[in-house]
Design a protein around this ligand. Structure first.
Ligand code: NAD
Length: 258
């Protein structure tokens, strides 16, 4: 039993640029020998993702569009993947979105549309892709999503995204229960704050990072590479007994009482 992912194929959803946590995961899986299939949202990101994919050791990555709000597009993306590779062994879901103006001030001001948007993209999307991915994971597999402490506790400004992460965390458990009989595991990584495009939308993000540096047990912020290596463990057979779990990769910040 080892960390090698030779002869395995994984779908990575949510690379926007080189700072994306999804890219940290892609690099870890690629170094372990995996073949990767990237999906991106919107033509604007295609060039970024293709250029990044070309820097990997293996030159056989696929890059496909997949807007997670569109069921037909999700279906056709997984049909294309099936046509190209037949079988996949895992999927990294690294997708979230909420209106920036609802990531500051009081949660109480969340609009119905903003609430539904955040939940649609950040939570339901995991269920939507798991449904399509199941048919391609005929040898069993591992699904990993990214969550945040703001789904477990009230963190200033995280607001509707925290409520969406709580929904995502519950989905992980229900999906793990449904898919376990097919040999498919479903887990979440709760990453500490990392400066990415998505994080830019969260009010006062710099002071959140400062607090982690000052107070977390490891006295430093989390890196995409650290999250990537934990995803590698969750994708590999070394984690074969783990499902429905959330692993915190956050310099230990989540253990603190204040
Ligand atoms: P990012 O901006 O690099 O990635 C977010 C991705 O979501 C982008 O690639 C974007 O294109 C994609 N996306 C948004 N709407 C989409 C749609 N309709 N269809 C398909 N894709 C869509 O930022 P990130 O921080 O790497 O975020 C990845 C995940 O990590 C998110 O779930 C985020 O909540 C989570 N996370 C981030 C942090 C952090 O501090 N950065 C901490 C914990 C968890």
């Amino acid at each position: 039993m080892n960390l090698s992912l030779e002869n395995r194929t994984y779908v990575i959803m949510g690379v926007a640029n080189k700072r994306s946590i999804a890219w940290g995961i892609a690099q870890s899986l690629s170094k372990a020998g995996a073949r990767l299939i990237f999906t991106y949202a919107g033509e604007r990101l295609e060039k970024n993702v293709r250029e990044l994919a070309e820097t990997l050791e293996r030159s056989d990555s696929l890059v496909l569009p997949c807007d997670i709000t569109n069921d037909d597009e999700i279906k056709s993306t997984f049909e294309k993947i099936k046509g190209e590779v037949g079988v996949i062994h895992g999927l990294a879901h690294c997708i979230a979105f909420a209106n920036t103006d609802e990531l500051k001030g009081e949660y109480l001001n969340t609009t119905r549309d903003g609430f539904l948007l955040a939940h649609n993209i950040s939570s339901y999307s995991l269920t939507a892709v798991a449904k399509e991915a199941r048919g391609l994971m005929i040898e069993g597999g591992s699904i990993v999503t990214l969550t945040y402490l703001g789904g477990e506790r009230v963190l200033q400004n995280y607001n509707v995204m925290g409520v969406a992460k709580a929904s995502l965390d519950a989905s992980v458990k229900y999906l793990a229960s449904d898919l376990g009989k097919d040999g498919i595991r479903v887990n979440a990584i709760s990453a500490g704050p990392i400066r990415t495009l998505a994080a830019k939308g969260i009010g006062d993000f710099n002071s959140i990072l400062k607090q982690i540096e000052e107070k977390s047990p490891l006295r430093r912020t989390t890196t995409p590479e650290e999250v990537g290596d934990t995803a590698l463990f969750l994708m590999s057979d070394l984690s074969r007994g783990i499902t429905g779990e959330t692993i915190h990769v956050d310099s230990g910040y989540s253990i603190l009482g204040n």
